[in-house]
Ligand binder design. Structure first.
Ligand code: NIG
Ligand code: FE
Length: 417
């Protein structure tokens, strides 16, 4: 049965072919008074004006009530699956103890590692499912999810299997990344090389069991060096994994060059990115994945997004949802922080939360844009225009969410199946 969504005020969607770089990020399509015809989960027509010419008897009519429409949002960097939470470290953080210091003392990521090892599959599943439901209410329809809180094969596999099960049972599409090199586990304290060998060995299992398409490394002072990152990424690439890398978050230690040279899909964080690396990125197809809510929550500087756009780089914005550096599922808030703190325009933010992250996940042929032939992954926002969505911050602007043409959220509430 066909669906017609009519009475839409305006559709905003990106226009350019991805990766959309530099000034092109601000170039978007704005279609006033449109309607959409959907069949078998796909957009089969974008019409304007009177929809009755497309009206058939057996049709499902949806009144968009003059809301605006954008593509379903694509959050391409999250740590969705973990045990416990870290509010017990909040007073240390408030007192100004640095993030890496908390980690070096066995807290931070290692605190969550303990909780994740201890948690059962079902506990991890239920906790992540709750967050996933929340993300859907904020309009996210595709999501990247990393492991990295096991740091041993058994727990990493448990995390990835939870993500896989959620992908099967939940309407949000999930793309999985193995992040065994997220931190050095306590039991390997003076045995760095042995742990890295282990991670490389474990790649075979992740590959055989098809538990992830991507491999990620946290390349940072006190975590993994650029040389170590390169070893892991090279081994991953050889097995056919695609690459995403935590790089230049706090210090610039060479992770970005290593990643771009290996054709990584994304480099992520980039608050400490050098001019040279900006040029390198601008000339590549690697997406610079900025995570402004992490800067906000860690009280850190923000990535130099304006300069990056001037240099011609292709940007995505992701939530980085995790229990330590940004414990919030509110991706709309992330986008609003991108407006206020990264000084990105609403049009650039739309590109950075739809088509560019889709490109980074190799799903741009079917999502990330409102276009004939694409999946009907759609977000109706209770906003008069796109600027308002980014300007009026901190609330959930979602009116309704469609995934492959199916209405999942209406008036901010999950629709009963
Ligand atoms: O992307 N930077 C490294 N990893 C995560 C934080 C993980 C945590 O603190 O639990 C991040 O910010
Ligand atoms: Fe992260």
């Amino acid at each position: 049965m066909k669906t017609i969504i009519h009475n839409i005020k305006t559709i905003y969607t990106s226009k350019m072919m991805p990766p959309v770089k530099g000034k092109d990020m601000a170039v978007i399509d704005k279609i006033d008074d449109p309607y959409l015809v959907i069949e078998d989960g796909l957009i089969i027509k974008i019409g304007q004006g009177d929809y009755h010419q497309d009206f058939e008897n057996d049709i499902n009519l949806y009144d968009a009530k003059q809301k605006i429409m954008i593509p379903g949002l694509i959050d391409s960097h999250t740590h969705l699956v973990f045990g416990g939470s870290r509010e017990s470290e909040f007073s240390q953080k408030i007192a100004g103890v640095p993030y890496l210091e908390i980690l070096a003392a066995g807290g931070g990521i290692l605190n969550t590692v303990n909780a994740t090892r201890y948690a059962s599959f079902n506990e991890l599943y239920d906790q992540a499912k709750k967050s996933l439901d929340e993300m859907l209410l904020f309009g996210v329809t595709s999501l990247e999810v990393k492991s990295g809180y096991g740091l041993d094969l058994e727990t990493e596999v448990k995390q990835l299997k939870v993500a896989k099960a959620l992908n099967e049972n939940h309407p949000i599409d999930i793309y999985m990344t193995y992040l065994g090199a997220h931190a050095l586990p306590k039991e390997f304290k003076n045995k760095r090389d042995i742990y890295i060998d282990q991670v490389i060995e474990d790649l075979n299992v992740i590959h055989q069991e098809k538990l992830a398409d991507y491999v990620d490394v946290f390349c940072e002072t006190g975590v993994f060096t650029a040389e170590e990152t390169k070893r892991i990424l090279l081994a991953a690439k050889k097995l056919g994994f695609k690459l995403r890398v935590h790089s230049d978050e706090i210090d610039s230690i060479g992770g970005t060059k290593v990643s771009v040279d290996l054709g990584a899909k994304t480099v992520d964080h980039l608050m400490a990115l050098t001019e040279n690396d900006m040029t390198l990125l601008a000339q590549s197809n690697t997406i610079a994945n900025l995570l402004p809510s992490t800067s906000f929550f860690l009280n850190k500087e923000y990535a130099p997004a304006r300069k990056m756009i001037d240099k011609g780089m292709a940007l995505a914005i992701s939530s980085d949802y995790n229990p330590g550096s940004t414990p919030s599922e509110n991706y709309q808030l992330t986008l609003q922080i991108a407006g206020n703190k990264l000084r990105m325009l609403p049009s650039e933010i739309l590109t950075a939360s739809t088509i560019n992250p889709a490109f980074s996940l190799d799903i741009h042929d079917f999502v990330g844009k409102i276009e004939k032939g694409k999946h009907a992954d759609l977000l109706l926002l209770d906003c008069p225009n796109l600027d308002y969505f980014i300007y009026h911050y901190g609330i959930n602007h979602t009116y309704s969410v469609f995934k492959k043409g199916k209405l999942l959220v209406e008036n901010r509430k999950v629709v009963d199946a």
